[in-house]
Design a protein around this ligand. Sequence first.
Ligand code: LMR
Length: 334
Amino acid sequence: MKLKSLMIGVAALAFSAAAMAQQPIVIKFSHVVATDTPKGKGAEYFKKLAEERTKGRVKVEVYANSTLYKDKEELEALQLGAVQMLAPSLAKFGPLGAREFEVFDLPYIFDNYADLHRVTEGPIGQSLLKKLESKGILGLAFWDNGFKVMSANKPLKKPEDFKGLKMRIQSSKVLDSQMRALGAIPQVLAFSEVYQALQTGVVDGTENPPSNLYTQKMHEVQKYVTLSDHGYLGYAVIVNKKFWEGLPADIRTTLEGAMKDATKYANDIAKKENDDALEAVRKSGKSQILTLTEDEKKAWKKALVKVHQEHEGKIGKELIQSIYKETGFDPSKL
Ligand code: LMR
């Protein structure tokens, strides 16, 4: 009798061990934007590749639109291991103590995607990602969004037009200085709160690439959108270091391959996603789209370039100079 129950017990244990062995490894991938954006689509594509290539041994759960966590909380959740993967905007790493990342927020430091990729895909990008390791984070890739527009309920054509406007920003010291240099009053708000803040007049305006503006319907509560391209917004795809390093080696290698391909996909679609979103804003007729003349753009650059110097100390003069070298940006020529 005793022997029989022992055998049943052993069999039950073996069964649950086998069942456990078949449980997929779950990667929660949380982000704050809509699915229909470069980041949202990139996350879905990574999920598809990861699940196909690991033949179901990995399950990627993508939580879009801040359904799990808002901006700052998601980084804390990753460090605690409550989520395994995120793609926060580069601006979000400054408050974590990685101030070098604020270099990406400097106004007009990048003119186009090609300039930017020379930095993110080269040694500077790699050394920046390394800086996250001491915070329990591994940086896997840079994903593009695009160049920012400014929006408000009044036309923003000249720096003077910003005077006294409350402008929503991400929590970045550089973006704070940028808005102040234009005479505006910066207000930090989580991304998920921006639409309502614009609608109720808590803030007057904001900045973001067109894909974020359009998918959050910000254009429905902003009368004017200026194509200023005054700064870049992009992401680092990051994972909890302990989790990633604890994965079986074959799985990790497969996931690295999936991330490489998802990165190419996300970066290939980013510009078109933004162009299409802008076209959709235009078609909606809810916001008027304003372009800047060469002279107007020059006036914006002149007003904003001092932000570079103001943040040299915290970001690192050498880092800023090394990026100027890659992009050809020369503040003395403005
Ligand atoms: C924002 O907060 O404006 C952006 O970081 C949102 C995003 O992730 O694109």
